[in-house]
Design a binder for this molecule. Structure first.
Ligand code: HEM
Ligand code: HEM
Length: 132
């Protein structure tokens, strides 16, 4: 693997990480805000706007992580699984948001917003890199 490939991979890895963190802070923020219901109109508007940010940043992060993984010099089953989980979360999120299959909204929401899946996804990222 050339030095350039490694630099490209590292750059996109850091970019993906920053995008994922900013985009998905949506989740803990919303969990915390659920304790303070009913929301003021400002808070409701904030989360409506943050959902758009969540979507845009996660879509951009998926592109970044694809380049990152493509140019990465090593991989393992955890990181491959992590990539599959990322693609799956994105597809489920997009299908839900754009109401592609109207009859499946409930199932998609359940799959996409599940805490277990979110935790597994983070464990795969961390454990995958730690065991390289
Ligand atoms: C979903 C999210 C992922 C995120 C947020 C992420 C993020 C990162 C970051 C920030 C680095 C450190 C870059 C640096 O040293 O400057 C890194 C390194 C690396 N990543 Fe990822 N990555 C992800 C997925 C993957 C996948 C799917 C693969 C493999 C196909 C992969 C393979 C690697 C490799 C080989 C390194 C270099 C490790 C080393 O320098 O020892 N990553 N990643
Ligand atoms: C790896 C990427 C992603 C992760 C880890 C992720 C994770 C999550 C989580 C944990 C929630 C629940 C937040 C809550 O309690 O309200 C959520 C909500 C949501 N996500 Fe994602 N998401 C990702 C990408 C996307 C993408 C790409 C889209 C759309 C194209 C999307 C659309 C949505 C929508 C519409 C909701 C709101 C569901 C509701 O109405 O409560 N997500 N996401």
């Amino acid at each position: 693997m050339t030095k350039e490939a490694e630099q490209i991979s590292n750059f996109f890895g850091i970019t993906a990480a920053l995008l994922f963190i900013t985009g998905n802070a949506y989740y803990p923020a919303k969990l915390a805000a659920k304790n303070f219901r009913p929301w003021s109109p400002e808070t409701a508007l904030f989360f409506k706007r943050y959902l758009k940010v969540h979507i845009m940043l996660n879509l951009a992060a998926l592109m970044a992580v694809t380049v990152h993984g493509h140019y990465a010099e090593e991989r393992n089953v955890l990181l491959s699984g992590c990539f599959v989980a990322t693609v799956w979360l994105t597809i489920a999120g997009a299908l839900m948001h754009y109401r592609v299959v109207p009859g499946m909204q409930r199932q998609l929401r359940l799959l996409h917003t599940q805490q277990v899946l979110f935790v597994v996804w983070i464990v795969l990222i961390v454990a995958g890199h730690a065991s390289l």
